[in-house]
Design a protein around this ligand. Structure first.
Ligand code: 9UX
Length: 72
C-alpha cells in the first residue's frame, strides 16, 4: 500500500522555491503526490514504499537546495 510522510522543509523563501521542491518530489519514481506549503515549511508526500524510502525523499529535497527533516 501507499504511505504518507510529512517532511519539514526549511530554506524556502518564495513560491518558486516551493514549486521547485514540489517538482523535485514529483520527479521521484514512486512518489504519487507531493504538496509543499511555503508558509508552513512542510511537504506532504504520498509514496509507494516498495519503490522509494522516506530517506530518499529527504535527500531529493536536500539535492534541490533545501534542508529537510522527516517528521512522521
Ligand atoms: Mo527566488 Mo526562491 O531565487 O529561492 S526561487 S527566493
Amino acid at each position: 500500500g501507499m504511505k504518507k510522510v510529512q517532511i519539514k522543509v526549511t530554506g524556502m523563501t518564495c513560491a518558486a522555491c516551493s514549486n521547485s521542491v514540489e517538482g523535485a518530489l514529483l520527479g521521484i519514481k514512486g512518489v504519487l503526490k507531493g504538496s509543499v506549503s511555503l508558509l508552513q515549511n512542510k511537504a506532504d508526500v504520498l509514496f509507494d514504499p516498495e519503490l522509494v524510502k522516506e530517506e530518499d525523499i529527504k535527500l531529493a529535497i536536500e539535492d534541490a537546495g533545501f534542508d529537510a527533516e522527516v517528521l512522521s
